[in-house]
Design a protein around this ligand. Structure first.
Ligand code: HEC
Length: 207
């Protein structure tokens, strides 16, 4: 019995030791190298490789949207952020300069294949909108609308995009209150915007 017991102890210790040296699921320094916004010589935004970024949420038919879904045709809003900025947010609860978000608006498919209920995301991307934090841009943050040509055009101020994000977004003009893995980090780091704290106190007045 003593031998078996010892074997178990050794095996467990080996597993613990293996765990300690197992590769962590952390992005490499190479991944985290400059992965933020890049511009063309005329100041348009280059299309980021956002499908390799960190996924934050899929809103469905949220009713603030700049693009309205026709009845019976839902849309998903998938939000992604560049990995370097995500890592920084985990530490600080806010976004560093050169943060880049993609809001991908994708059509919903009614039951297809074996699916008989609910909706799935269709291949069709309806729009791609980008939010960039860059100290060189007016106001420090800017929105870009990706065009079919593959580059993003700056949405100049004033626009309702800036107005709503500045008036209601939880952290630094981004809607962290809808990003379920980030909201508690912001809360614990105390990085909520005064506008959001006001909305939280007075939900009826927040629309
Ligand atoms: C009435 C409020 C409102 C307006 C106007 C608005 N947005 Fe947003 N935006 C939101 C909300 C809410 C989210 C969170 C989306 C989610 O959870 O899917 C969001 C998220 C985003 C994101 C993801 C990054 C972030 O900042 O959180 C981008 C990019 C974005 N919006 C672009 C735009 C652009 C471009 C416009 C103008 C054409 C616009 N928005 C207008 C409310 C608004």
């Amino acid at each position: 019995m003593r031998k078996v017991g010892l074997f178990v102890v050794v095996a467990v210790s080996c597993l613990v030791a293996l765990g300690a040296v197992a590769p962590q699921m952390q992005p490499s320094a190479e991944d985290l190298k400059q992965d933020g916004p890049a511009y063309t010589s005329s100041g348009d935004l280059k299309m980021p490789d956002y499908r390799r970024w960190i996924f934050l949420t899929s809103g469905i038919d949220m009713n603030y949207q700049p693009i309205k879904s026709p009845p019976g045709h839902s849309i998903f809003q998938n939000v992604f952020v560049n990995p370097r900025s995500y890592e920084e947010f985990l530490k600080t609860g806010t976004w560093p300069d050169k943060t880049e978000f993609m809001l991908e608006i994708r059509a919903a498919d009614l039951p297809i294949s074996i699916n008989k209920n609910g909706q799935t995301q269709a291949k069709k991307v309806i729009a791609q909108e980008v939010h960039v934090k860059d100290a060189r841009l007016e106001g420090g943050w800017a929105f870009f609308n990706m065009e079919p040509s593959g580059t993003g055009k700056l949405i100049s101020r004033p626009a309702d995009c800036y107005q709503c994000h500045e008036a209601h977004a939880a952290v630094d003009t981004t809607f962290v209150q809808f990003y379920p893995t980030l909201i508690d980090i912001a809360r614990s780091k105390g990085t909520f915007s005064p506008a959001y704290l006001n909305d939280e106190k007075n939900p009826a007045g927040s629309r």
